[in-house]
Design a binder for this molecule. Structure first.
Ligand SMILES: C[S@@+](CC[C@H](N)C(=O)[O-])C[C@H]1O[C@@H](n2cnc3c(N)ncnc32)[C@H](O)[C@@H]1O
Length: 341
């Protein structure tokens, strides 16, 4: 698949303008792409499970913790949310030794020039290059010239804090500063007498799972499946009061879920970056069907334009629209079709 931001990021390395240090580079929010970077020379960091798995499959080494090592080159690919991206730049600068380079890329339509100006404000000395409707820009780091007040402020803005609804959250997570209206509607339509073992597919910071346990006291257990580690870590804290009743799984749900659940709830993702991807929601529906008991039930919410009906009908014996309101559809699907062996 085309990835012009990645391709633009690696251009200065490809043409020799920026050298990969002999002792290796760090790549924050790394992803695979073409042309590939040499796996032995690039240490990757990635908290989103599908991208993490793709990097592992390609032979890269992933770091799980920051051991404080400083690099001669740190590469950064941005996310969607401004405060998360500013913190990524701050962390990149902190991870780079004096005389080393921080290099990032962004597409013009997603604010490349603003992102470049932010690196300039933090570290100065920025050089840039435009290609593929994107910009790649880099700064040579002199730690004595770094704006440390800005760096601290950007790290603080990205730190976990309680949102207005009382949940620990942080920038970049789905509906990070509020309760999503669709998720709220799903909870409002959940039968309060649901019982047994449950799962939440794409659990975010844990709102749906927490609200379901509160609304349905006969649910004995819930497994929260979430691909983004930044969200899952906070879900674990948000649901700490339930002890062993809640378990937290860092997983790519599109690859299927193993289980024997009575109930599954989900507000499935339907974007990758800014691109609409209903195939991901469809994969979530198939994963739910594969992880439910024969009489089990899926309750899901989706924006009403998303094409899920055919997938639901193929995977479940009975599909019912519980509500069609405010641009959302709330769906109950009962009794998955016989599981394939
Ligand atoms: C629409 S949000 C719902 C979040 C939360 N359940 C709520 O209702 O507020 C979908 C969630 O799915 C996660 N996600 C995206 N792709 C995923 C995947 N392949 N496997 C598991 N979770 C994924 C996202 O990180 C996001 O937290």
């Amino acid at each position: 698949m085309n990835d012009p931001i990645y391709e633009t990021l690696v251009l200065p390395i490809e043409d020799g303008t920026v050298a990969l240090p002999d002792d290796g580079a760090l790549f924050l929010r790394a992803r695979t792409g073409f042309p590939s970077l040499p796996t032995a020379q690039v240490l990757c960091e990635q908290s989103f499970r599908p991208a993490y798995d793709a990097l592992i499959r390609s032979g890269f080494t992933l770091r799980d913790t920051n051991d404080g090592r400083a690099f001669g080159l740190t590469l950064v690919l941005p996310q969607r949310q401004r405060d998360e991206n500013r913190a990524l730049l701050a962390r990149a600068v902190m991870s780079t030794r004096d005389g080393g380079i921080v290099m990032a890329a962004q597409s013009n339509t997603q604010g490349a020039k603003t992102f470049e100006n932010e690196l300039e404000a933090l570290a100065g000395n920025v050089t840039s290059l435009s290609k593929n409707k994107c910009r790649v820009f880099w700064a040579r780091i002199d730690q004595s010239q770094v704006d440390s007040d800005l760096l601290e402020a950007w790290l603080a803005n990205d730190a976990p804090h309680r949102n207005d609804a009382g949940y620990l959250s942080r920038p970049g997570l789905f509906a990070w500063d509020r309760i999503d209206a669709g998720s709220q509607k799903l909870i409002d339509h959940l039968p309060a007498d649901l019982s047994g073992r449950a799962a939440d597919l794409g659990a975010g910071f844990g709102y749906l799972a927490d609200a379901a346990l509160k609304r349905c006291p006969k649910l004995t257990h819930i497994d929260l499946y979430e691909a983004e580690q930044r969200a899952l870590d906070l879900a674990r804290e948000n649901l700490a009061e339930y002890g062993d009743r809640a378990q937290f799984l860092w997983a790519d749900v599109t690859r299927g879920v193993t289980g024997d659940y009575d109930v599954i709830i989900s507000n499935p993702p339907f974007h990758v970056d800014r691109e609409d991807r209903s195939d991901i929601g469809q994969a979530f529906i198939r994963a739910a069907a594969g992880a439910l008991k024969s009489g089990g039930q899926l309750f899901m919410v989706a924006n009403r334009h998303l094409p899920y009906e055919d997938t639901l009908k193929a995977a479940f014996k009975s599909v019912k629209m519980l509500a069609d309101t405010g641009g959302y559809k709330i769906i109950q699907a009962i009794g998955p079709q016989a599981k394939r062996k």
